[in-house]
Write a protein that binds this ligand. Structure first.
Ligand SMILES: NC(=O)c1ccc[n+]([C@@H]2O[C@H](COP(=O)([O-])OP(=O)(O)OC[C@H]3O[C@@H](n4cnc5c(N)ncnc54)[C@H](OP(=O)(O)O)[C@@H]3O)[C@@H](O)[C@H]2O)c1
Length: 273
């Protein structure tokens, strides 16, 4: 019964224009809005948790909301979290979501979803699985670009006007010594998204929009990398996820417009391309 009420309330909130929503939010009269892709696990889920705890209105997307148990549990406790189904490889679906929220200003468009950078035998030279190439490019590079185009007006209509991409050091030519094995497609897709977003930064400057490109560090998300690190005693220093996301949020909050299109670490340092 309670769950049905929460779902109903969340659907109603999704239909209301931002001004009405802001007025209805008891924690803060001017709750800003963030849209987070891949909000069901890893860094995305932690972003949802932290933004929601700070009273933001959160639109969290997931490829399979029905399987997103932790995200669903968060949304049940906080009606300001709205879950939307989205596969960022599906271009018409991105347009449809943008149309659904046409009246909604989005302060922070947070492109977090990506195919993972964990090393894989399928991404090693002479064993390359070329079926994966397009999947990486479409998810990690084309996805954020298409999202930026589709949600441009929503971001421009907001107070904060930020397009964020969670990128990776692995896509920087200045960091060629890091993550050497089994990451061909991942690194290429992150290099591509960096270049695409430099272009976007130049194009949206006149609209007062800042493009924030951030590397989260090697984060302990309990995925394959975390497990390999433990099993194979790789000795990598992993950043606790709460710490990385708090640092990333601080960067999103404070990065000045002059730094638009420049890659930064979660902890603040500027990274060369
Ligand atoms: N963790 C690190 O150490 C690290 C380091 C450098 C950069 N990053 C970057 O940080 C971001 C988050 O990383 P993470 O470690 O949290 O990754 P993760 O745990 O592997 O989660 C990836 C998220 O992206 C979603 N996703 C994948 N393909 C998608 C698609 N086609 N459409 C929509 N969603 C899709 C996944 O959804 P499903 O659950 O449906 O698969 C999941 O929600 C990524 O951009 C990653 O490249 C992470």
């Amino acid at each position: 019964m309670m769950r049905r009420f929460t779902v109903l309330l969340a659907s109603l909130l999704a239909c209301l224009p931002i001004t009405v929503l802001a007025g209805s939010h008891s924690a803060s009269a001017d709750a800003p809005t963030v849209l987070i892709t891949g909000g069901n696990r890893g860094l995305g889920l932690e972003f949802v948790r932290q933004y929601a705890a700070d009273g933001w209105r959160v639109i969290a997307t997931a490829r399979r909301p029905e399987a997103a148990d932790q995200l669903q549990a968060l949304a049940q406790k906080n009606p300001l979290i709205i879950i939307e189904q989205l596969d960022v490889r599906d271009l018409p679906a991105i347009d449809a979501l943008a149309a659904k929220y046409a009246e909604q200003a989005i302060d922070v468009l947070l492109n977090n979803a990506a195919l993972s950078g964990s090393p894989s035998p399928k991404q090693m030279f002479r064993r390359l699985d070329f079926d994966l190439f397009n999947a990486f490019m479409e998810t990690n590079a084309r996805g954020p670009l298409k999202m930026s185009e589709a949600f441009l007006k929503h971001v421009q209509a907001s107070e904060q006007k930020k397009i964020v991409v969670i990128t990776s050091k692995g896509g920087l030519f200045s960091q060629l010594d890091s993550m050497a094995f089994g990451t061909y497609f991942y690194r290429a897709s992150k290099a591509a998204v960096n270049m695409l977003m430099v272009q976007v930064a130049a194009d949206v400057k006149k609209r007062g929009i800042t493009v924030v490109l951030l590397n989260p560090g090697l984060v302990d998300t309990q995925d394959r990398l975390t497990q390999m690190n433990e099993k194979m005693k790789l000795g990598l220093t992993l950043v606790p996820i709460q710490e990385s996301v708090a640092g990333l949020r601080n960067m999103i909050d404070t990065l000045p417009p002059e730094e638009s299109g420049v890659v930064h670490q979660w902890s603040g340092e500027r990274l060369d391309y």
